[in-house]
Design a protein around this ligand. Structure first.
Ligand SMILES: N[C@@H](CCC(=O)N[C@@H](CS)C(=O)NCC(=O)O)C(=O)O
Length: 204
């Protein structure tokens, strides 16, 4: 098995998930800054040209971070599931994960790609610089909504740590370093972020 790793919030999310599960795998570092991920050798591994990817022993490659985490969760059953133990728990985790992915991570990441990251991304993907501010504002609005939904729950989906927490944490951690800090007015999420940051897996 081999983990194709790199800088950035997507690989960080999977590394943190793996650390929580105690899932160990050899990794190889792909250099995103020089565009190694967009060249032929890596495209043979993951035709979408992005990191991370997990290559299984039989040669199957799994890309897309939530799909990799679902695989890891099922492959390592001797530690608590981070997806859920019942159909309803799994559905709740996937519901929150999808809300966070589509409404927060994707607009925030594109806001970054189309502004601070423009020099890196302009020759790789279609960039819409004039959309950057609105995309960032969309992510902020959805975070304010999520803060209200969070209330005093310990975790996004309720009482247990799930994939939804790890996804949001990895992205907020990155966005805080590239000009999209979490608004301190989001008091519930700010407290939750502090608790997540203190977990040893956050440094994975
Ligand atoms: N939808 C993908 C997103 C992966 C992604 O955007 N990865 C970033 C690193 S955080 C990347 O490879 N960026 C370099 C590029 O797109 O050229 C997933 O879920 O894995």
């Amino acid at each position: 098995m081999k983990f194709y790793n790199s800088i950035g919030p997507n690989p960080h999310m999977v590394r943190m998930f793996m650390a929580e599960k105690g899932f160990e795998v050899p990794s190889v570092k792909i250099d995103l800054m020089t565009g190694e991920n967009r060249r032929e050798d890596y495209l043979k591994v993951n035709p979408s040209g992005q990191c991370p990817a997990l290559e299984l022993d039989d040669g199957t490659v799994i890309a897309e971070i939530t799909a990799i985490c679902e695989y890891v969760d099922e492959a390592k059953k001797d530690t608590p599931s981070l997806i859920g133990d019942t159909a309803a728990e799994r559905a709740r985790t996937r519901m929150w994960t999808r809300r966070i992915d589509l409404n927060i991570c994707e607009p925030a990441a594109n806001g970054f790609r189309f502004a601070e990251g423009l020099k890196i991304f302009q020759n790789r993907v279609r960039c819409i610089p004039q959309a950057a501010d609105d995309l960032k504002a969309t992510a902020r609005e959805r975070l304010a909504w999520l803060d209200g939904q969070m209330g005093d729950k310990p975790f996004i989906a309720g009482n247990k740590l799930t994939m939804a927490d790890i996804l949001l944490f990895a992205f907020l951690d990155f966005m805080g370093q590239v000009g999209q800090p979490l608004d301190p007015a989001c008091k519930n999420l700010t407290a939750w972020f502090g608790r997540m940051k203190a977990r040893p897996s956050a440094a994975a």
